[in-house]
Design a protein. Structure first.
Length: 271
């Protein structure tokens, strides 16, 4: 989900949508400066400052990871001293004056910035309860189309990749989030005995913030290279077939950049 914050109405929408990021926390802050070469003077001149803030928060039964990209930044402050931590949020404060936004991310103003506009990019998923089996990896995809992968599509893709699996639907006694459409486990056909020890658990859910679908893949159980390859292969095929964003940890990655991100040095594969 993407939204541009340019006006007071946009600002009101941001606060209403996020609940002011109450009880969230900042996971990442990055600043970049652009400089252009001026041929007349033969010097490089400033061409704008951009700051991005990534926030993980929960609201209305959902866990969300939001990336706020501030452009046209004219004032930026990040100050921590003597063990202070400005990453935990109570509720942010924002004002709009003379065509500029002012963001205070904590009461002390230790994380503060002034910018011309902001761009929100966000991936959301239903909050999951604790699992009796250890979770080793999680990959979430937020698609932009109404219809996402089906169980049969996943099985067919794995067959084509030489990783045939069987499907075991999840049966829940207690109520789950109404957006969840189906969920279950992918179990390697070559080694069905692993079904009790480790698996790829898949959960599909419908639109949470407008049009689109969500798909969450999790490796549950013991460390197993075969299970990891199944998740990695599905992630590759989903991003090739559908338009949307991936979420790994608190990092949002455009789907079309997924393979490049995985291939970069220092970017470990899932699992």
């Amino acid at each position: 989900m993407r939204h541009t914050i340019k006006t007071v109405e946009d600002l009101r929408w941001l606060i209403a949508h996020t609940g002011g990021f109450r009880s969230g926390y900042v996971t990442d802050v990055q600043m970049s400066k652009r400089r252009l070469f001026d041929e007349e003077t033969g010097r490089e001149v400033p061409a704008g400052t951009t700051v991005s803030v990534t926030i993980r928060y929960q609201v209305r039964g959902l866990v969300r990871v939001a990336r706020l990209l501030m452009t046209g930044v004219t004032d930026f402050s990040l100050f921590e001293q003597e063990g202070a931590d400005c990453s935990s949020l109570d509720i942010i404060q924002v004002e709009y004056d003379a065509g500029r936004f002012r963001f205070w991310f904590d009461p002390q103003g230790e994380l503060y910035m002034v910018c011309e506009e902001a761009h929100l990019e966000e991936v959301s998923a239903p909050i999951l309860g604790s699992s009796p089996i250890a979770e080793l990896a999680r990959w979430t995809f937020q698609g932009q189309t109404a219809n996402g992968p089906t169980v049969q599509w996943l099985l067919d893709e794995l067959d084509e990749a030489g990783m045939p699996c069987s499907w075991r639907a999840t049966k829940r006694i207690s109520a789950v989030h109404p957006a969840i459409q189906w969920e279950g486990d992918l179990i390697p056909a070559s080694n069905p005995s692993t079904s009790r020890a480790n698996m790829v658990h898949v959960m599909a859910y419908g639109p949470l913030d407008g049009q689109g679908f969500g798909l969450m893949l999790r490796i549950l159980g013991a460390q197993d290279r075969q299970i990891s390859r199944i998740l990695e292969n599905l992630a590759d095929r989903i991003t090739q077939r559908f338009t949307g964003n991936c979420l790994v940890g608190t990092t949002i990655i455009p789907g079309h950049e997924w393979e490049t991100w995985v291939a970069q040095d220092g970017r470990p594969k899932l699992g």
